[in-house]
Design a protein around this ligand. Structure first.
Ligand SMILES: [Zn+2]
Length: 306
């Protein structure tokens, strides 16, 4: 009798637990609630959380994802233009690291070539070391300078494709304050930091380092290749909806998070302790070692990392 009682209690506790993960109510105002039963078998309860609300898999979820994609198509236009900063050359001049003549020569070389950043030309002409340029950049962006990056990245949660595309590396994670410190070697991509905050539910703080440090750290991250991520290129909105819906259903997703990240649309599918990152690019990324094209949208045989 006691054993039966314990089993009943365990069953009740489990149902409460799964209910909290998969709420029964759909938050879509357009939900008909008449989805065919066969579609509900793709998940425990047929619900997935998206942007803090709960939706039926598949119809209501697909509708919300499609809406999100349509809204984020022009997301870059919502970002303000880069704030004006003191020119790097002037900062180096004021620090005594560059003479008037050297700055003039670097500016002329840049204008003549019609490309490159002034810091690159200063270095190419041998007027300053990379560490001096990084220090001036740190002053320009009012960020801390990190001369040497740690041997291991602070966090495996940012997809490698994004780290490589934006030349950034997570260097320290403060568990107490949930702050992720991210190193850059040039421009700080605040829109990407915003997306990371949204996807990882943390705060971010940028810092600056040299290009050599970033390249070495990215090589170490790539060698470890810890993250479970898939890259899809040249997808249109309907293909992206189908891929996201397919993965979410097959993985019995409890939650899907999304963020616009430069030219990428980043989706993280969470299922229990597992997660997988799907990245969609508007163009073809080379090399395509981890890439899937739009035609490969069906669920691959490999499973998310546990
Ligand atoms: Zn619904």
């Amino acid at each position: 009798m006691a054993a039966l009682d314990l089993k009943a209690r365990a069953r009740q506790a489990f149902s409460l637990f799964t209910l909290s993960l998969h709420p029964r109510r759909c938050d879509s105002s357009e939900c008909t609630g008449n989805h065919p039963r066969w579609k509900r078998t793709t998940s425990n309860t047929g619900r997935v959380r998206l942007h803090g609300s709960s939706f039926c898999l598949i119809e209501c979820f697909e509708r919300e994802i499609r809406r999100t994609l349509e809204q984020t198509q022009h997301a870059d236009s919502f970002w303000p233009t880069k704030p004006r900063r003191i020119p790097l050359g002037l900062i180096m001049l004021s620090r005594g690291e560059l003479s008037n003549h050297q700055l003039q020569r670097a500016l002329e070389a840049q204008a003549c070539a019609g490309r490159g950043r002034i810091g690159e030309w200063v270095r190419n002409l041998g007027f300053a070391e990379e560490a001096q340029i990084a220090a001036a950049l740190a002053k320009q962006w009012a960020c801390p300078l990190m001369r040497t990056l740690p041997a291991r990245p602070a966090n495996d949660s940012v997809p490698l494709q994004l780290l490589q595309s934006f030349r950034m590396v997570p260097v320290h994670f403060s568990k107490v304050n949930r702050i992720l410190h991210v190193a850059f070697a040039g421009d700080i991509e605040y829109r990407v930091l915003f997306s990371i905050e949204r996807m990882l539910a943390c705060k971010t703080e940028p810092c600056l380092t040299t290009k050599a440090q970033i390249e070495a750290a990215l090589a170490r991250v790539q060698a470890r290749n810890p993250s479970e991520e898939k890259l899809f290129e040249n997808c249109d909105t309907e293909e992206m909806v189908r891929i996201l819906s397919n993965y979410s259903a097959r993985l019995c997703a409890a939650e899907v998070r999304t963020a616009h990240c430069g030219e990428f649309f980043w989706a993280r599918i969470l299922s229990g302790a597992n997660s997988i990152d799907l990245l969609f690019s508007r163009r073809r990324i080379l090399p395509t070692s981890a890439g899937y094209t739009a035609g490969d949208w069906s669920f691959p045989s490999d499973q998310p990392r546990r």
